[in-house]
Design a protein around this ligand. Structure first.
Ligand code: APR
Length: 341
């Protein structure tokens, strides 16, 4: 998954580079700056001394010393005032400059803390949004795995409105798996039931006899529909990419899926993806709920109302919000696994 939100101590991350939320002196401090310096050891400070500081919004790189990471990218976030003094542009620049340095040094994996969201007072939900927007734009054009590392859950905030909207939607739709099914059955029986479909052979003639509308159905349209009944997940995915006029790369990047996994799915007609992967593609293709259910079925899954993960996905599809990074932010806030590989 090219962009992941994880809970961890960034000094423990085994990645090519970790990013430090430093101050302009680059001579250490508290928060994540202090944690990185104490984990890296004295060599880091010695090298920082040679850098002669760093301007807000800019980034500089050093070795990782005793850290598991090979490099430390030091960036200086803006001190938040009221949001009207260019803070957002400076914060965006921190992520952009750090990613550019990581790319310059052939880093394949990079971990960011939420820059400026601690001592520098940047509102957490806005700091997170800036991070996700800049990183996801970068990942549309570049191959890299980027982690946003959340140290303490309390520091993690999606917007209050979004959080309460989703919580309400879950309340309205969540069916506890221990529901008293007799009650549930009564409720279902109270609904107007569609006449049970007779199970029929799927042969063309039998199908045409049944609907007795040979003349109306164009043969090729009918064959296409019959073919779709039997197509695999992989075949449906590739058909949908073509129908949407997307390139393969656009599809897997918007699904937050890495290229290697996509080529596995593409080359194996019977590939069975995980549920989060199948849903990530449904989101990337901006499928309706019915089409999403159909794509899930091809992978052997179904959306369930006794599963918060599924209800949150359903919430976003029903709102027409297919931004997978925003969806992952919300899933993370509700302690659910994320969409993607
Ligand atoms: N791992 C990951 N994230 C961490 C860790 C850690 N070990 N420690 C703190 N954080 C998180 C905080 O929870 C916060 O969300 O890093 C984010 C940034 O907080 P700060 O470290 O306070 O950084 P910032 O807000 O950018 O302020 C920078 O603080 O430490 C000083 O020298 C630093 O003057 C500079 C200022």
């Amino acid at each position: 998954m090219p962009l992941e939100i994880v809970r961890n101590d960034i000094t423990k991350m085994k990645v090519d580079a970790i990013v430090n939320a430093a101050n302009e002196s680059l001579l250490g401090g508290g928060g994540v700056d202090g944690a990185i310096h104490s984990a890296a050891g004295a060599g880091l400070l010695a090298e920082c001394r040679t850098l002669c500081g760093c301007k807000t919004g800019k980034a500089k790189i050093t070795g990782g010393y005793n850290l598991p990471a090979k490099y430390v990218i030091h960036t200086v976030g803006p001190i938040y005032n009221d949001g009207k003094h260019g803070e957002k542009a400076l914060l965006e620049s921190c992520y952009r400059e750090s990613l550019a340095l990581a790319k310059e040094h052939q880093c394949e994996t990079v971990a960011f803390p939420l820059i400026s969201s601690g001592v520098y007072g940047y509102p957490k939900d806005q700091a997170l949004k800036v991070a996700i927007d800049v990183i996801s734009d970068f990942l549309l054009e570049n191959e890299m795995t980027v982690y946003i590392v959340i140290f303490d859950k309390a520091a993690y905030k999606i917007s209050e409105k979004l959080f309460s909207d989703i919580a309400e939607y879950i309340d309205d739709n969540y069916v506890d798996e221990h529901t008293d099914y007799s009650r549930e059955r009564i409720r279902m029986n109270a609904l107007p039931q569609a006449a049970p479909r007779k199970r029929r052979k799927k042969s063309d003639d039998d199908f045409l006899e049944m609907c007795d509308c040979k003349a109306m159905l164009a043969e090729d349209d009918l064959n296409a529909k019959l073919k779709q009944i039997d197509e695999s997940f992989s075949q449906m995915l590739l058909r949908k990419i073509d129908e949407k006029g997307m390139t393969d790369a656009e599809c897997y990047k918007r699904a937050n899926i890495d290229r290697k996994l996509f080529s596995k799915i593409r080359s194996d007609v019977n590939y069975k993806p995980s549920k989060p992967t199948a849903l990530a593609f449904a989101i990337s293709l901006e499928l309706s709920l019915a089409e999403t259910e159909d794509m899930l079925r091809k992978a052997g899954f179904a959306l369930s109302h006794s599963n918060k993960f599924d209800i949150i996905i359903e919430y976003f599809i029903s709102k027409g919000n297919y931004n997978i990074f925003e969806i992952n932010e919300a899933l993370f806030a509700f302690d659910q696994s994320l969409l993607g590989a």
